[in-house]
Design a binder for this molecule. Structure first.
Ligand code: HEC
Length: 278
């Protein structure tokens, strides 16, 4: 009987250990011979890290205005932008289909669909429920426009490459000064010409009114290559793992539960064996 309790307590502690270990697991970064991968401190790193909302919003702007002329986000729907944990989540719009930002972003894209009456392909503005549409009609057209290489889908890019967010950031910031195609993080010339240059997008200041009616202006950072690369990576990290924040808080609740369970088991173990010679 005593062993059963011991096993239970040790088992609980072991489970807690595995949980903590899992949450803290870090990505190892890859890279080429003499280029040194820069390791960044991401807002979402660590067992309590969350996405930086302002950075994700700027990142969406970079994706929309720059990357989206070549790269699709086929696993993301417009409505996801307004989900809990997403860049445009707003308490006032628990249903992201009603979120005015989400509606405006969707309407800014065109989707094609088959008209069920005539069989023709028609174009219409996207709605929040639509997925991000393809950029090219097919892979051959994509390759023909990009020197023979198909721009990969970016929905899960941050998860798909060794080094994760650090890798994507390094790809975007490691082009050779004299050769627009030479990417030092990848160690070769690639078919994507350096997509970023200082000032390419215009970040807007944001303002909010506090509860006393006072208006505060939050200055937008300078749109340097480094800043845009960080922001679009933050956005793509969210796209690849939109449930991260929920998972981390569930992990924390689980740890707490296991801790309390361990304490209770310890006291019941003591109580059960109180009058037994052992
Ligand atoms: C003009 C088209 C174009 C634009 C704009 C563009 N890309 Fe690319 N991208 C490509 C092509 C083509 C490839 C494939 C390169 C290759 O495999 O040689 C690629 C590859 C990539 C890769 C993959 C590297 C790998 O490991 O395979 C990433 C990450 C990437 N792009 C991110 C971005 C981001 C983020 C933006 C916006 C800031 C962007 N791209 C803008 C065309 C583009």
């Amino acid at each position: 009987m005593r062993n059963v309790f011991k096993t239970a307590i040790i088992g609980t502690l072991a489970l807690a250990g595995v949980g903590v270990g899992g949450l803290m697991a870090a990505n190892a970064a890859g890279g080429s011979s003499d280029y040194k991968m820069k390791h960044m401190h991401w807002h979402f790193d660590g067992w309590r890290g969350t996405y930086d909302r302002a950075a994700m919003q700027r990142g969406y702007q970079v994706y929309r205005e720059v990357c989206a002329s070549c790269h699709q986000l086929k696993y993301v729907a417009f409505r996801h932008l307004g989900d809990k944990g997403g860049p445009y989540y707003d308490d006032h719009y628990p249903n992201p289909n009603d979120n005015p930002y989400v509606k405006a972003f969707a309407a800014d894209w065109t989707v094609e669909e088959v008209d069920l009456d005539t069989g023709d392909i028609i174009e219409r503005p996207a709605i929040p429920a639509d997925m991000f549409p393809p950029i090219y009609p097919n892979a051959a057209a994509a390759a023909a426009s990009n020197g023979g290489a198909v721009p990969p889908d970016l929905s899960v890019m941050v998860k798909a490459r060794t080094g994760g967010a650090d890798y994507v950031y390094n790809v975007l910031t490691s082009y050779d000064k004299d050769d627009n195609y030479m990417n030092k993080a990848m160690g070769i010339k690639i078919a994507m010409a350096n997509p970023l240059s200082d000032g390419l997008v215009e970040y807007a200041d944001t303002e909010y009114t506090d509860k006393d009616g006072k208006v505060h202006i939050i200055k937008a950072p300078e749109a340097t290559v480094d800043q845009m690369a960080k922001d679009v990576t933050e956005f793509l990290a969210w796209a690849a793992d939109p449930k991260m924040e929920q998972r981390k808080s569930l992990g924390l609740a689980t740890m707490l539960y296991l801790l309390i369970l361990t304490i209770l088991l310890w006291f019941s173990y003591k109580a059960v064996w109180r009058n037994v010679e052992h």
